[in-house]
Design a protein around this ligand. Structure first.
Ligand code: MN
Length: 304
């Protein structure tokens, strides 16, 4: 399945012509609870990454399990890619800002992820997949976010979609261009929506002096990652290399992001599952028993 566009996903034309964004006001914005510094690490066959969301934050940022940022113009940092490896129990959302990466998995899905494209993969009961760069030079930049599945859905069949940059719903409002990767913003439905966790995943591009208001349910966990320029949230100036956790203030109705200079940021939010989280590497289940099962299923070739 290559470049399968979701038939219900509006194209850029549809998003801008047929469905104009709705103005939405935030009266009482959330503040920043704390800034988390990313940790330099490597994964796969030696791809250099900055891990912005790691295991100690899984409770606080439930339903999100991990966020890795990659960005380099040195092929040595990315060329080895991620050869065959398994996943079970959650979803991965890969946003390729620059570069080309090929995906192949044991469920028969195949796709080329490039410049501005998104891949949404539900591992469910299990896939074995590879993610291999299709370039020997130039910049490779992007993010991979892990989204948990509720216990009842962890053993569902794997699912996969990739979206080219032109297929992603996008709208412009007040000097900000928003790409709606997941969820719904200002009346524009994202590329993928999920009922259980209502994940909101927005890429925001700010013109100098622009501002973006996003209503958020106060119980939903939310964070902002600035990756160009600087963005002010609740009086705090956010720059690259940090993840800003937004406070779950019951009196707040959303978040306001303001940029004095040209800037780019991800805004991510979702409804927490409140379930036990058991993780062993690429397997995320509810109990240790389920983890042992995943490990033995993988070892015996029953996973993907
Ligand atoms: Mn993977």
């Amino acid at each position: 399945m290559t470049r399968t566009a979701n038939p219900t996903t509006p194209t850029i034309e549809a998003a801008t012509k047929a469905a104009a964004p709705r103005e939405e006001k935030v009266l009482s914005p959330r503040s920043v609870e704390r800034l988390v510094a990313g940790t330099a690490t490597s994964d796969g066959a030696g791809v250099k990454l900055t891990r912005l969301l790691s295991q100690p934050l899984q409770r606080r940022l439930d339903p999100f399990l991990m966020l890795d940022a990659f960005g380099s113009d040195d092929p040595d940092d990315y060329i080895a890619g991620f050869p065959d490896h398994p996943h079970r129990g959650f979803e991965t959302v890969t946003y390729m800002i620059a570069g080309r990466m090929k995906h192949q998995d044991s469920a028969g899905h195949e796709g080329l992820l490039e410049n501005g494209g998104v891949q949404w993969m539900t591992a469910g009961r299990g896939v074995v997949h590879s993610e291999i760069p299709q370039q020997e030079e130039g910049v490779m930049e992007g993010f991979q976010l892990w989204l948990n599945l509720p216990g009842r859905d962890k053993m569902q069949a794997p699912w996969y979609r990739d979206f080219g940059a032109a297929d992603l719903p996008r709208f412009a409002l007040g000097g900000v261009t928003a790409t709606v990767i997941g969820g719904e913003s200002h009346g524009i439905a994202g590329a993928v929506t999920r009922e259980a966790t209502e994940p909101l995943v927005l890429d925001l591009r700010f013109e100098p002096g622009s501002r973006f208001e996003q209503p958020l349910a106060s119980g939903h966990n939310a964070f902002v990652v600035v990756y160009r320029g600087s963005v002010t949230v609740g009086g705090k100036v956010l720059g690259p290399g940090r993840l800003a956790i937004l406070e779950n203030d019951p009196a707040a109705d959303g978040v306001i992001l303001e940029a004095a200079v040209a800037s780019k940021a991800l805004l991510v939010a979702g409804r927490p599952l409140g379930e036990p989280i058991a993780q062993y590497g690429p397997f995320v289940m509810n109990t240790e028993e389920e983890i042992y099962q995943a490990v033995s299923d993988y070892r015996d070739g029953r996973l993907g």
